[in-house]
Design a protein around this ligand. Structure first.
Ligand SMILES: [Zn+2]
Length: 96
């Protein structure tokens, strides 16, 4: 399968492999968005001011929030976007 340039979805998981949310870019001209999941809330622009320098979020499975360095997540997403073979990858966030 061929990647359309500029598109990628970085799935976020907690240390127990629960789905946390997704950081994604759906089209080359579109801004990066954070998708917390349809049952949780709407998508929003990412990273926001509050997401610096660390992206921290709560999710519905574990009883504690998870976090990851925003620059590291941005790097992983841009690597994915530049990778012609992959459009989706998963990364694990740490408990706060
Ligand atoms: Zn969890």
């Amino acid at each position: 399968m061929v990647n359309s340039e500029g598109i990628g979805t970085l799935k976020l998981e907690c240390p127990q492999s629960h789905p946390v949310g997704k950081i994604l870019k759906e089209a080359p001209h579109q801004a990066v968005q954070y998708d917390p999941g349809a049952q949780v809330g709407p998508r929003r622009f990412w990273p926001d001011e509050e997401d610096q320098p660390e992206f921290k979020t709560s999710y519905r499975f574990c009883d504690k929030p998870v976090a990851g360095a925003t620059t590291l997540l941005q790097t992983k997403l841009s690597e994915l976007i530049n990778d012609a073979a992959e459009t989706v990858s998963t990364t694990t966030l740490a408990y706060v």
